[in-house]
Write a protein of this length. Structure first.
Lengths: 310, 435
């Protein structure tokens, strides 16, 4: 290895003899490229090929003829897709909006000067972040059990009749949103807390000297300074919300009916839980990927713009 | 939880037509057989499989626990160790398919437990090893097992791919201590259960969650009303005729007005817990698999307070069978066959039945020692004789998934009952056309 190290004294970056002329920075990145090739590029290419084939996992005819964009058309034109897309949009926008508001409020409170037990609060707030979605889903399934769950017992003390949190078509999606908010708000709190802690004190102090109220200071100084972080955090959270699958799988299996099916869940059941139609499931995955790539580009563009503005 | 684990607690599977009237004869003929394939020691030495470990995916339910308890016997006889990966029913199919569809000898599971709506798909997709040559080679005597079970979940297109190890007839469990009397017609049963619902006590514990729970439960309503999924030609869907609609309306009426809160989102575990907690008068369910759950004081407050009855109306319930088979992806097919011979042998099967297992051997239904412990087996036998199952189409899992999803759409009022049944009929026609 030592022979490969460039002459750092002069700061020049030149290829070293015997290494094929590849700069060391590229050579050091090679393991990453290989890993990406294996875990990202290959599966992606495979999914892309599968999406244009008639690819059934089971049956008497397992041939895989090329079918063009038939799988895409079938997936996009199905009633199930429209339903899942609607549910995904409602779920994503709801959880991101609610989580952002709650997370910012809590993060702001956590950064108040002279706050006692700050570490304890932070620890409690971070607990959901440490749990896997499956554990969260199973725990909440017990809490929400209509007959045996603690939630109905608690509201029963107040005289409220038992509710079928996951079995009522009007309650199931809002309940999933609530569970998601409980689980995922932590990550946003963490981001906002870090952002708020790093804000310069001078503008806020100056505003205070000028007689600004706490609310004015928050609205006119803190929030505008936090916008870059909020935008990035929201987009990161939105990308993950669009992919929601695990909570649905554990809590409702898409039910009642198909009232809580998301696109990810629909892809799963198309490919592995019914028709075993890998071709159509792959097409659905590519479509979802394109949506996520679009959101990611939005994220990158927003980050660049904000960085430039800063 | 232990006993009834997720999904439903017994399987269903693929079939021919299941125990119909013709099968009653077959069943009774089988009942006269003595059965017993014994646990013949493997050839080629005392323990030729010493050091061999079989990996299997099993549903987490009592029957699996009974087998697990007996595994030291297999190891003592053959040297084979068996490791069960126990999961809820709802996770089984999705874990099996990727393993079974892989190249030969590349899978994680050496033998597989197969539910009654998987055998056609698994065998016709070329995933399973035919067992006929192995049965002939070892002169394995399977004649004591109810022959009809092989039609349900054993033979596909004339070849034997699976050996049945326990049936699961569906009927009604009810609280005999409360003097519950199951009426003779479905109309009366629906009205009766509705009248029994008072406060936190329900007329029926129900499982309306998609997809397997609601599908398996509703099939009993369909069969009890004299309906079926297909006409006799097994091609023309009849599920959406007036009988189907009547059966679905009855089911929805009970979900809304007789069952526990949240029944439309409840699975078998939820419903079983409701019944075990003493909060329901009746439950349409797998009547032979609850000995270890409803009779366990730690999990049940209805110990010795329940009994079994067939469905009202025609008396016909949904009947399935679990079987063992060997996938082509098995790394140890010979040792897997030794396991299957051992676990389905008459002596081991009898030990399972004495623990509370659901008997696959016809003679066990008249075995005084077994009946003394589990007297409801006499009634279970009646249900087995008259029961129905699913048609042996290739994509049986897809059929059940569609059935469950559409029924759940109706239960959640997102579709009218007729629209849901029409959607099911459309899918049934498509699946029948595919074979």
């Amino acid at each position: 290895m030592t022979a490969d190290i460039p002459t750092s004294q002069t700061g020049t970056r030149r290829p070293v003899a015997g290494t094929g002329g590849l700069p060391i920075r590229w050579r050091m990145l090679m393991p990453l490229f290989v890993a990406l090739l294996l875990v990202d590029a290959f599966p992606l290419a495979y999914a892309g090929i599968a999406s244009v084939q008639r690819f059934l996992l089971s049956g008497t005819d397992l041939s895989r003829p090329f079918v063009g964009l038939d799988n895409y058309m079938a997936f996009l034109s199905s009633e199930a897709f429209l339903n899942a897309a609607r549910n995904t949009a409602v779920l994503s926008v709801s959880v991101v909006t609610i989580e952002t508001v709650i997370a910012f409020a809590l993060a702001f409170l956590l950064t108040l000067p002279n706050l006692r037990f700050r570490s304890l609060y932070l620890l409690v707030v971070m607990v959901p972040l440490l749990l896997s979605p499956v554990a969260v889903g199973l725990s909440w399934r017990l809490i929400l059990h209509p007959d045996l769950g603690v939630l109905n017992w608690v509201i029963g003390l107040a005289g409220v009749p038992k509710l079928a949190w996951l079995g009522d078509v009007d309650l199931a999606l809002p309940t999933i949103i609530a569970v998601d908010v409980w689980h995922e708000t932590s990550i946003l709190i963490l981001m906002f807390y870090a952002g708020l802690s790093a804000l310069p004190h001078e503008p806020i102090e100056a505003a205070k000297v000028d007689g600004a109220s706490g609310w004015q200071s928050l609205r006119l100084i803190t929030v505008p300074l936090m916008v870059p972080i909020i935008v990035v955090a929201v987009l990161i959270r939105l990308v993950s919300a669009v992919k929601t699958y695990d909570l649905i799988y554990i809590l409702t299996r898409g039910g009642p009916g198909t009232s809580t099916e998301t696109i990810s869940y629909l892809i799963w059941r198309t490919g592995l839980a019914g028709p075993l139609d890998i071709g159509q499931a792959a097409a659905g995955s590519i479509i979802l990927l394109l949506v996520i790539v679009g959101l990611t580009m939005l994220l990158l563009r927003a980050t660049d713009r904000l960085a430039t503005a800063a | 939880m232990h006993q009834p684990s997720h999904g439903r607690t017994a399987g269903r599977g693929g079939i021919r037509r299941l125990l119909g009237a013709g099968m009653v004869v077959v069943f009774l003929v089988g009942a006269c057989g003595t059965g017993g394939n014994g646990t013949a020691a493997p050839t080629g030495g005392d323990k030729p499989y010493a050091g061999t470990t079989l990996h299997m995916l099993m549903e987490d339910l009592t029957e699996t626990h009974y087998i697990a308890d007996l595994l030291p016997d297999l190891e003592a006889k053959t040297g084979i160790k068996v490791e069960f990966e126990q999961v809820p029913y709802s996770n089984m199919y999705e874990k099996l398919v990727p393993q079974l569809s892989g190249p030969e000898k590349s899978g994680s599971y050496d033998a597989v437990a197969v539910d009654y709506y998987w055998p056609g798909e698994f065998a016709r997709s070329g995933w399973m090893l035919p067992l006929d040559d192995l049965i002939a080679r070892d002169a394995t005597d399977l004649s004591g097992i109810v022959p009809a079970f092989f039609d349900v979940n054993g033979k596909v297109d004339g070849k034997t791919y699976y050996v049945p190890y326990f049936p699961y007839p569906m009927g009604i469990v009810y609280r005999k201590d409360l003097d519950i009397q199951i009426p003779s017609t479905m109309e009366e049963y629906v009205a009766y259960t509705k009248s029994l619902k008072k406060g936190d006590f329900y007329g029926a514990a129900m499982q309306g969650a998609p997809t397997d729970p609601i599908a398996m439960e509703w099939l009993n309503f369909l069969f009890a009303n004299g309906g079926d999924l297909y006409a006799a030609d097994l091609k023309t869907p009849t599920v959406n005729n007036e009988i189907g609609l009547k059966a679905l309306n009855q089911y929805l009426d009970m979900i809304d007005n007789a069952a526990q809160t949240g029944a439309a989102g409840a699975n078998l575990d939820d419903a079983s817990n409701t019944f075990a907690q003493g909060k329901a008068a009746t439950m349409v369910t797998y009547v032979t698999i609850f000995a270890g759950f409803f009779q366990d004081p730690e999990s049940s407050s209805v110990v010795d307070k329940w009994d079994v009855a067939p469905m009202p109306g025609t008396g016909q319930g949904n009947v399935g069978v679990w079987s063992f088979g060997i996938p082509k992806s098995s790394k140890n097919p010979e040792a897997a066959w030794e396991f299957i011979k051992w676990v389905t042998a008459e002596d081991v099967s009898r030990q399972r039945s004495l623990k509370g297992g659901s008997p696959a051997y016809s003679s066990f239904y008249s075995d005084p020692e077994i009946l003394a412990k589990f007297p409801y087996l006499t009634k279970a036998l009646d249900i087995l004789k008259s029961g129905k199952g699913l048609p042996l189409i290739t994509k049986q899992q897809d059929l059940v998934a569609t059935l469950g999803r559409e029924l759940s759409e109706a239960a959640s009022k997102r579709k009218s009952p007729q629209a849901a049944l029409d959607a099911i009929a459309e899918k049934l026609a498509e699946l029948a056309a595919e074979g």
